[in-house]
Design a protein around this ligand. Structure first.
Ligand code: FAD
Ligand code: DHB
Length: 391
């Protein structure tokens, strides 16, 4: 088998890269460890920046997104018994976010790839990227008990945080930067109309809570819990009671409840691998960096990386110019670190730290107050949240 770019991973990064390359006349094959059904049902992110929406629409994968996505012009920060709206239309005019489930993005991209004759091999195992320090890289893998080799010019490691591509780079090349948080999130999908028009980020003594949504009939919630929390300890009744306790803190505001469709625990971490390339292997998305989900940035950053990689590969294939390929990592890392800082900051601002001393708690309260009371501070939050412009 031969292709121009071998892509490992059919998450948002790998699928979008494959489609953007196709639109530039560059061939690729996507190798995915899981089945199609599994990747299409994996419930994760929900907030798309304008830049991500624009990229998906320009790639021809935005029809359903434009019809079903919910455009939001603000979010609420809820603390101290009050809601405080961060009004995008006033603070960052013309910029907004779209609430649309990641699994819907994945479905749309898979459909677009297959309609264009794209090759996605689901259910492969023992994927091994090799020879990327030579002009002839290859990726070997097992499919239907047979071993295959995919020869290529370049390999894109889009295989998420637990993938194999990052670890295939020789020891000592990459530098790692990371931060663990002493808590995780329970994510809940429920068949109930949202009790709010916009997302609510609630800071509470009992822990952080987030009210998001997927459609007029589906709500999405997150609860701060211990990092090693066992989901089996969270009955649906306990989840609703805790959401109520953390969200019903504003006079007259009530949470509607309904059947829980899905629930699970997510770890929180910050992580960056530098550089995001070695020889002919390029890392993109969660394979190269992770942010805690509080700022809603991971998927958006994955989309950003692959647009940069597409431009770089297109420049090389159209005229043999390596400049953008050589600069890939540097071009991505500038945005990566901005998003790292914003996500760490949102996380620190809104979560309850069990062992924080009273001084830290007061600093947190003061900053919350400042963010909501000062246009300068809330504009900073707003412009990072809706997403900074092109690089
Ligand atoms: P992934 O989605 O992880 O895809 C990697 C793919 O590679 C997977 O399909 C995996 O099966 C496959 N793979 C792994 N190993 C191998 C292998 N060895 N061989 C072949 N295939 C392999 N981001 C936002 O922007 N906004 C949000 O609102 C948001 N909320 C989030 C909420 C939660 C609860 C979580 C968990 C994450 C959230 N994120 C959010 C982050 C976002 O989901 C990720 O950043 C995003 O999925 C990254 O995409 P990716 O394609 O890089 O990686
Ligand atoms: C969602 C997830 C997030 O991490 C976030 O900050 C906002 C919304 C969501 O899944 O809807």
């Amino acid at each position: 088998m031969r292709t121009q770019v071998a892509i490992v991973g059919a998450g948002p990064a790998g699928l979008l890269l494959s489609h953007l390359l196709h639109l530039r006349g560059i061939s690729s094959v996507v190798l995915e460890a899981r089945g199609r059904d599994y990747v299409q049902k994996r419930v994760r992110a929900g907030v798309l920046e304008q830049g991500t929406v624009d990229t998906l629409v320009a790639a021809g994968a935005g029809e359903r997104l434009l019809g079903e996505g919910m455009v939001h012009h603000g979010i609420e920060l809820r603390f101290g018994g009050q809601g405080h709206r961060i009004a995008f239309e006033r603070l960052v005019p013309g910029r907004a976010i779209t609430v649309y489930g990641q699994q819907e993005v994945v479905k749309d991209l898979i459909a677009a790839r297959l309609a264009a004759g794209g090759q996605i091999l689901f259910g492969v195992s023992d994927v091994a990227p090799e020879g990327f320090d030579t002009p002839h890289p290859e990726v070997s893998f097992t499919r239907d008990t047979k071993r295959h080799t995919l020869h290529c010019d370049y390999i894109a490691g889009c295989d998420g945080f637990h993938g194999v591509c990052r670890d295939a780079i020789p020891a000592g090349v990459l530098k790692y930067f990371d931060r663990e948080y002493p808590f995780g999130w329970i994510g809940v999908l429920a068949a109930v109309a949202p009790s709010t028009q916009e997302l609510i980020y609630a800071s509470n003594e009992r822990g952080f809570a987030l009210h998001s949504m997927r459609s007029p009939e589906l709500s999405r919630f997150y609860l701060q819990v211990a990092a090693d929390e066992d989901i089996a300890a969270w009955s649906d009744e306990r989840i609703w009671a805790e959401l109520r306790a953390r969200l019903e803190t504003v006079p007259g505001w009530q949470l509607s409840t309904g059947p829980v469709l899905e629930k699970g625990v997510t770890a929180m971490r910050s992580f960056v691998a530098e550089p995001m390339q070695f020889g002919r292997l390029f890392l993109a998305g969660d394979a190269a960096h992770i942010v805690p989900p509080t700022g809603a940035k991971g998927l958006n950053l994955a989309a950003f990386d692959v647009t940069i990689l597409t431009e770089a590969l297109a420049a090389w294939y159209s005229g043999g110019d390596r400049t953008l390929l050589d600069r890939y990592s540097a071009a991505c890392l500038r945005r990566v670190w901005r998003v790292q800082q914003f996500s760490w900051w949102m996380t620190t601002l809104l979560h309850t730290f069990e062992h924080s001393d009273p001084y830290d708690r007061r600093l947190q309260q003061s900053y919350l107050d400042y963010v909501c009371g000062s246009d300068a501070a809330s504009t900073s939050l707003a412009e990072n949240y809706v997403g900074l412009g092109p690089p």
